[in-house]
Ligand binder design. Sequence first.
Ligand code: RI2
Length: 326
Amino acid sequence: MATDTSGVVSAVESTAEDIAAMEIRGAATIADAAAEALATQASESTAASPEAFREELRAAARTLYETRPTAVSLPNALRYVLRGMEGETVSELRAATIARAEAFQRDLEQAQSTLGEIGANRLRDGDVVMTHCHSTDALACIEAALEDGKEIEAIVKETRPRKQGHITARELRELGVPVTLIVDNAARRYLDRADHVLVGADSIAADGSVINKVGTSGLAVNARERGVPVMVAAQTIKLHPDTMTGHTVEIEMRDESEVLPEVERAEIAGGDHGDDELQVENPAFDVTPPRHVDAIVTERGQFPPESVVTLMRELFGESTGEPWEP
Ligand code: RI2
């Protein structure tokens, strides 16, 4: 198999490219793919010594880490797998790393299903849920409510610029949920018909702030004003350990072409003054303060945002380093 000079196998490189290009996207799916990629690195490694094996795994983790900065599920997944890299020989290290990655993937799936059952308890028969972007954690709540025999309807925000709302609409239709798809700007008008706003998260900070797809914070403010509760479905892998020590979460800025394709840019800037002073900004996420969130639903139960720090201390201790640091 192909490797680069650091011994990182091509399957890891291609997973990293797919995460960066959002072919693999959504915080939980990214974590799953990252664990899988580390298992592949372990299984395909040709390292001659335990030290070389460990170094290769750390290089693979760095390659995966450098793709997208906001969803903490990625470094949390890498850290979890690397911490299981134990053994004296290459073959012991290989087996331990693969087993750890598999355990991580199993736990991730189980956590989402438990979270779904907890989140479903907040949904009543006949409720209308407004969604933003596409979140597998949020959809797990709706799916569990349907399994409980409740009827749920959805108002699905399109979610510019990448329109992940279309994925949500498709998956909800596959579940038989009646869907009304709206443009993002129509959200406030349709909140009058909604019983809940239900979104996922890419990271949750220690103060209970929710970092999620851009547009979530405005939606939450409008929902608060309209008296519609905001529910965030987020497995504990979305809890951001660094925020316990005051770090802020980096908001990913993506390529402007996602907002304004070349041809449209040329149409806007085709006049006498050219396009030197035409700026397009494309932040992928925003921060919703805890006061606009009613509940964070995790596999460990539901929490008021302000108390999520207690859970974080329990899970992570006081602080953590980079995923590849022992
Ligand atoms: P799950 C997505 O980010 C959305 O912001 C979504 O709410 C979040 O990940 C969580 O997704 P992006 O990768 O883990 O589309 O719940 O930028 O699937």
